[in-house]
Design a protein around this ligand. Sequence first.
Ligand code: NAP
Length: 459
Amino acid sequence: MADDGARGPRAVVVGAGPSGFYAAAALLDAGFAVDLLDRLPTPFGLVRAGVAPDHPRIKAVTRVYEKTARREGLRFFGGVDVGGGAIPVDELAARWDAVVWAVGAPVPVALGIAGEELRGCHPAGDVVGWYNGHPDHASRAFDLEVERAVVLGNGNVALDVARMLLRDPAELALTDMADHAVAALADARVREVVLIGRRGPFQAAFTDGELAELGRLDGVRVAFDADGLELDPLSAAALDAEPEGSPARRKLEALAALAGASDAGADAAPADRRLSFRFLRSPLELVERDGRVGAIRLAVNRLAERDGRLVAEPTGAEETLDCGLVVTAVGHRAAPLPGLPLAGGAIANDDGRVAGRAREYVVGWAKRGPSGVIGTNKGDALETVARIVADRDAGQLAPTSGAPDAEPWLRERAPALVAWHGWEAIDAHERLRGERAGRPRVKLVDLSEMTTVAAACRT
Ligand code: NAP
C-alpha cells in the first residue's frame, strides 16, 4: 500500500494491460507510488481479452504482472471508468503528480466500403472480445450457420480469428475460451475461411510461428491461390536484400512449408475444413443477399513502388466471392478521450509525453499504435517512464503536492470498485470452475457477477 504520510510522488496509470503493468513497475522502481486503474474489474487487458484461448503460454506473462501488483506502493482499482462521466479525464492531473495513459487502441479501423454495415460483417475486435469473454462483447451473436467466412487483413489477429473459426471445437472446449463461444463454435457450420491480403506474401504482417500452427490443425487443409506464393519481381528483389533468418524470410519459409504440406496431403482423405490464403485482393464492396452479407467483391491488385514502399494498385480486374460472414482485421486506433490529442491513430506524444498536456504521458498501443508483441510494451514503457523521471528531476511534477489521497474520491465515484483482493477472488472462482471442467479457468463474463464475486471478499 502507498504510504500517504511519506508523500512521495504519486502516479496514476490508466489501463491495467501489459503496457500499464510495465509502466507501473518502472514507476515503482523510480520511487513513485502507483495507482493502477482499469475500467473492468479484471486486470491484464489484451492478455485476458485479446490473446487467443489456445495460446496459454503467452498468457503466462500475467505471473510477472501479479508480482508487480503485490509490490509495496501499488494499488489496483478495477471498475473505474475514467472519462465515463463520474471521473473526468481532466481531474486526474489535479490529484496525481503524473498521469500515464495505457488505454490501448480499441477502435477498429473501418474499410469505408459499401455494405460494411450489413449483418454478417464484424470487426475482429468484436469477435476476439466475444470468444475471450470480454463483458462488452459477451452478449454478441454471430451467424456461424455459413459455409464460407472471409477474414480481411494479413496480420496475426486475422490468423487468430481464422484459427478459432476452424479449430476442432473439442480442443477449444479445453481452453479458457468463454463458454458461450465454445458452444457456438461447436455448432458452427463454417467449412472454409478465406484470408484476404491486399498485398503479397512478402508484405503480409503475420509471423512464422503463428503460420506454423496452422499446419498442425486437425482436419484443416491449408490452400493457396493458383499464383500461390510466387513473388512479383519487386518483392523478389526485396527478399534478396533480406538477411538470412530475418522475420520476412522465416515467414515465407513457413508459408512454403504450409503449401508443401498442402500439396503432399492433396491425395489424402479430404479434410472437412479449409483455410485459403488469397493475396493481392482488396475489398471493394460487401454484396447484400436477403438483408445480410452474401458475397464480397474484390479488386485484383498488383504491387507498385511508391516512396520506397510496395503498395497495392488495382489491375482493373475484379472477382466476387460468396460468403456469409466477413471479419475485418485491418488494424485499430486509439479511442478519443476528452482533451487528449490524437494523431495517426494514437495519442499525440513526444517519446511518451502527451502533446500539450503537462504531467501526462502515454504508453503501449495508445502511444505507438497497434504494433509489436507483448514484450514490446516493456521497452516502450521504460522510455516513457524515463521521461517522467526526467521531468520529476527537473522539478516539473510538483503542483499536486498536498492533494489528499485519491482513493476515497475514486471509491465515491466508482461504487463497483474492485481492488486487487477482489480480482484475486474472481481469479480463484474462475480457476475453481475450470478445475472441475479440466480447463485452466471458466471465465466470468458478466460485470455484475464479477463484482458480486469480488465483493464476497474484503476490497
Ligand atoms: P497488423 O499486424 O497491423 O495487420 C493489419 C493487416 O491489415 C495488414 O495485413 C494490413 O495490410 C491490412 N490492412 C490494413 N488496412 C487495410 C485495408 N484498407 N484493406 C485491406 N487490408 C488492410 O494488425 P493486427 O493483425 O491487428 O495485429 C496488431 C498487433 O498485434 C501486431 O503487432 C500483431 O503482431 C500483434 N498480435 C500478435 C499475436 C501473436 O503474437 N500471436 C496475435 C495477435 C496480434 P498492409 O500491410 O497492406 O497495410
